[in-house]
Each structure stands twice: as C-alpha cells, then as structure tokens.
Design a protein around this ligand. Structure first.
Ligand SMILES: Nc1ncnc2c1ncn2[C@@H]1O[C@H](COP(=O)(O)OP(=O)(O)OP(=O)(O)O)[C@@H](O)[C@H]1O
Ligand SMILES: [Mg+2]
Length: 349
C-alpha cells in the first residue's frame, strides 16, 4: 500500500504573550515532534486525553494552523521520500535537500501551491450546528469550495451539489433549504458533503459524531465507511469514543502531551497495549460533559502543562513503571514489534 501522508518531526507551538507589550513568555507545545505515516485508504484513529494536541495536529497537517517546524509530505512519490531521507542522513547536499523540500514539503508551501493542495485535504468539525453558515442555502454551502477553488460554477456546480447530496443520503431537493431546517445528523451529512465537494483524498474528521445521538452516530459512521470505499478516501479520525475507534479504524494512534506514544492495530492497542499510557486510556471510562453530548476521556492524576512538559518520558510523573531512566531520557517512538510502534523504556509485557 502506498503512503498518502508522511509527517516528520512536526511541531506546533503557540506563543504565550505577557504584559502590555505582549512579550513572548513561553510557548504551549501543543504538537511537539510528531512522526506519522498514513497509508492510502486507511482509516486512522487518533485518541488521547483532552488537550493532548489532537485537533492541533489535524489542523496543522491541513495547514489550517501554521507549523512551527517539521515536514509534511502529502501524495509525494515514494522515490522522492526515499531521496529526502537519504539526503537527511548525509551532511552535504543541503541545497539539494532544500530544493526537494520546497517542491514537496507541504509545511513550507504558500500561495497557489498551498491552495491547490487544500482542495485535496478537508476537515469535518465536531459540531454541525456551528460549522454551517445559517444564512446560506445548502446549495451554496456545498458549492462554495467549488467556486473558491475555481473548479465549477452555475449549473455545473448545482449538478455536482445534487450528485454529492445523493452520495451522502440526502434528496437533492434539500439544496434550496437552510441549515436550521435539518436535524443534527442531516447537518453532519451536509458538512461531509461540503468537505467532499472538491473530491479530496484525505479528510480529518474531528469528533464528527460526538454531538449526535447514538443511533444517528452509527448512521454517520456507516456513511463515512461507504464514502471511504466509493470515493477512495483516507481518514484521520479524532475521537474520545474508544469503542467506536476500535470498530471502525485500521490503525490507532495514541497521543500524550504533544507526542505520539503508541501506534498499532486496534486489537493490539485495546487488548494488549505496550505503553502504560495506552493502558490507562483503555481502562478509563469517558466522563459525559453535561453541556454537550460529548464524553471526555479524563484520567486520574494531573496532566502536566504542555507549556512546561516533564523531562524524559512525558508520562513519567503519572506512570507506575517509571524509573530514573524515564525521568531523564526521552524514549523514541520505535517499531519494536511487527506492525506496532511505541515510545517506552519499560513497556508492558
Ligand atoms: N490557538 C491556540 N492558542 C493557544 N493555545 C492553544 C490554541 N489551540 C490549542 N491550544 C492549546 O494546545 C493544547 C492542545 O489543544 P488541542 O485542542 O489540540 O487538544 P485536543 O487533543 O484536540 O483536545 P480535546 O480532546 O479537548 O479536543 C491545549 O493545551 C490547548 O489549550
Ligand atoms: Mg480537539
């Protein structure tokens, strides 16, 4: 399977500004050195406690938030990725490496090049009530990305809207209505239709069903699965619902305080985790948030601030297996067993 996305040492730091002069007093290290490879057609689940950087990672990959450093290769030919890796290992030929990055690294794209790529990568938000403009008709909401990217307009765009509405299971007559005339589940179908209008390859789904009733959630997940096959889509799916993640995803990525701590198949992650954080996550019961329908994963013990992460392994202050080594040296994310990677000096047996 060819890779669609390669993320290398990606960092997104938000500056903390203090005083009337707004001097930089530090940074929230929301994403702090992420390496991730996503194969074409995969449904990858991204899980972790609230505030660990999931949304920031998703939005940085889409370049909706500017990365602080690191590299994002999207749809890059495998031989180019190989060449870049070889050049990174050598000390000379920096120029050649820079030239290749300018050509292929989404992290440094701007202008037309960035806009062209944006068409191929889309985001579906958690909340279908706020993500759709209430004053726009459904036709215009879904056609907007087509017009913005100069792909279609007028009658042709209307035909595309009708086609995509059918694909997401809504009658085309609905295109002359406004968002308030739809239920939560229908609105999420409209948000998905809008995201798919430009025929993207990759979609970040940021808790797409967490504000919906359970039965509607299942319908939207079925729809996403159908669309993945019929439209050749690849998903990065952010969720707090581990049961759903286990049933729909091909791969699970576990994130803690800006870093990935474990990557593996759902069966391994949920039934035989190696990282103590993954185990704590799997054993946790999501706590319902009364203000929204979403349930949040909250673990015992204080989460350190991402502005001042602990040295060594970031999980060590909350880990029962931690030793001196864990307090001092950060474990790398490594493939220590086939088809799973983890970053831990003392993994679970
Ligand atoms: N625009 C911003 N400016 C400053 N800090 C931010 C910004 N966006 C996010 N953060 C901080 O970055 C960290 C990661 O936030 P993020 O929203 O990515 O977490 P998350 O894993 O998506 O959480 P949740 O599960 O609650 O949605 C948090 O500490 C958050 O407060
Ligand atoms: Mg989030």
């Amino acid at each position: 399977m060819a890779n669609l996305l390669e993320v290398r040492d990606l960092k997104t730091h938000f500056p903390i500004l203090k005083g009337v002069l707004q001097r930089r007093a530090g940074a929230v290290r929301a994403v702090d050195g992420v390496n991730l490879t996503i194969g074409r057609g995969q449904w990858v689940g991204l899980v972790g406690e609230s505030g660990c950087g999931k949304t920031t990672l998703g939005k940085t990959i889409l370049r909706l938030i500017p990365p602080t450093s690191g590299h994002i290769y999207f749809n890059a030919p495998p031989d180019i990725i190989g060449q870049i890796a070889a050049l990174e290992r050598s000390t000379d030929s920096r120029r050649q490496l820079q030239a290749l990055r300018r050509e292929h690294d989404l992290a440094v794209f701007s202008g037309k090049k960035l806009k062209a790529l944006r068409r191929q990568m889309q985001l579906v938000h958690q909340d279908p009530y706020t993500s759709l403009n209430p004053r726009m008709k459904i036709r215009d909401i879904i056609a907007e990305p087509l017009t913005v990217h100069g792909l279609m307009r007028g009658k042709q765009a209307t035909e595309r809207v009708a086609e995509i509405l059918r694909q997401v299971g809504l009658p085309e007559q609905h295109m002359s209505r406004f968002p308030h005339q739809f239920s939560g589940g229908q609105r999420q179908r409209i948000a998905i239709a809008r995201a798919l209008a430009t025929n993207p390859d990759f979609v970040v789904l940021d808790e797409p069903t967490s504000s919906l009733d359970v039965s509607v959630q299942a319908q939207i997940l079925d729809l996403l699965e159908d669309l993945r096959h019929s439209q050749n889509l690849t998903y990065l799916y952010i969720t707090h619902n581990l049961t759903v993640a286990e049933s729909v995803c091909d791969t699970i990525v576990v994130m803690y305080l800006g870093k990935i701590v474990e990557i593996g198949k759902p069966l391994d992650i949920f039934h035989d985790p190696r990282h103590p954080y993954t185990q704590a996550l799997v054993l946790s019961t999501p706590i319902p948030d009364p203000t929204t329908k979403r349930a949040r994963i909250i673990l015992p013990g204080e989460v350190p601030s991402p502005a001042n992460p602990p040295p060594g392994c970031r999980f060590h202050p909350r880990c029962s297996r931690a030793t001196e080594e864990c307090r001092v040296t950060e474990p790398p994310l490594e493939a220590k067993e086939s088809s799973r990677l983890f970053a831990c000096w003392h993994p679970l047996p």
